[in-house]
Design a protein around this ligand. Sequence first.
Ligand SMILES: [Zn+2]
Length: 446
Amino acid sequence: MNKLRPYQSDLVEQLRAAWREGFKAPCIVLPCGGGKSCILAEIARRTTANGKRVLFLVHRRELVEQIIKTFVSWGVDMRFCEVMMVQTAARRLSEILPPKLIMTDENHHSPAASYKKIYEKFPQTLRVGVTATPTRLNGSGLADVNDKLIIGVSAKWLIENNCLAPYDYYAPDVADLTGLKTKRGEYVTSDIEKAMIKKAVFGDVIAYYKRLAAGRKSICYCASVKHSMAMAEEFSAAGIAAKHIDGETPAEERARIISRFRAGEIRILCNVDLISEGFDVPDCECAILLRPTQSLTLYIQQSMRCMRYREGKRAVIIDHVGNYARFGLPDDDREWSLEGKPKKRREQQENIKAKMCPECFLTFSPPETGEITCPHCGYIFPQKERKEIEQTSGELHKIEGFKIRYDRPEDCKTYKDLLEYAKRHNYKAGWAYHMAVERGIFIDRA
Ligand SMILES: [Zn+2]
C-alpha cells in the first residue's frame, strides 16, 4: 500500500488549492530525494481514477519505462495515462488525445521549445511540474511556463528528519582548472578533458577515493564519455572494480552493470550525466565530482545522488572541481522565485560561506561568529581568516582561486610543490631543498 509522507501530502493539497485559486501551471519545488515521483504518481492516480487523461512528459528515453513502472505500482490507471518523451510528444501532437492534466518531470527543462509547443497545443489543460531547481543556466526563472511555485521542505529538513542521509563534503583539487573557458554559459568539455585526462590526475582521484571513501559504492561524474571511460579503466587498473555507462550502452549491458553495482561487485560507476537526472540507480554512498559546472541543477543532482536515506548511513561527496565554491553546499537554503535572479547571481555567490579545511579537505558551513574549527579533524582556522573569508567569498566562484594542496611531503611532485608545502607548514626554505635532493626532484630555481 502506497502512502505519501505528511510533507508530500501537504504539497499535493497545496497544488489542489492553487488550481482552485485559478493558477493553471504551478511548479512544485522539492529537493532531490524528496520523493518527487511518489507525489507525481499520487496526482496521476487521483486524476486517472476519475477517468481523466494525464500526459506525463519526460526528457530522457531511459525514464519512460521507469516512470511507468512506478505509476503502475502506485495504482495509476494507465488506460488514462500516457508517459512520453517530450521530443516524441512534440512530433506527434496530432495523435495525442487531449489530456486533462499535463505533468512535467524535471520542470526546469520546460522553457525549451518542444515543451512550449505541447503546452500551446492544449491551452486549456491544467499543468503541474516538479523540480529541485526552478532555474535555468543563466539564472532566469520559469515565469514563462509556470504561474506559481509551490515550495516544499528543504534539503536540511529532509536530512534532519531521516529522509536524506547526512553527508561529509570534501573538496581537494586534483587538476589545474585555471582559465577554463565557457560557451553558452557552461564550461567547454574539451578544456576540461585536457585538464582531467592525465595520469597524475587519475592517480590523485584514486588516492583520494582510497583515503576518503575506500570501498564505498560510488558514482563518478566525468566531463565526457572519453574521460569517463578512461577514469573507469584507471580505477580498474588500480584494483577498484569500475565501469562506465552512458546513454549508448546497450540496455542489456547497462542492466547487467547496474545489477553488479547493486551487488557490490562493481564499486565505481563512471558516467557523464546519465545518472544525473532521474535515472534510477541502486543506493550508493559516495559521489565523485570531476566535472566543473555552472549549472546549479546539475551540481545538485550529481552531488545529492548519494544521499538516499538508509539508517546509519553517512554519504561522502568528493568535489575535485570546486563546484561548492560556485554554489555552496548541496543542502544550503536557497531562495527561489518564478522570475529568477540573474542579476543577483553574484550577490548569491557572495553569500556562499562554505569553508574548506586545509588539513583534511572537509568542506562545511562555518558558524556565524566565533572561532572556526574543522568538525572532522579539529583544525583551527586562524582568526584573521574569518575577515578574509567574508571579503573574498564573492571571488571564490572563480576557479583560479584554487591552489593545489599537499597533505604529505610525498605528495609533492616538483620543487615548487615542496616550497609551497614548506611555506604552509612554516618549515625553513632549506627543508624543501634537502627533501628535493633526497628524493631526486629537479631543483628549479626559476
Ligand atoms: Zn579538517
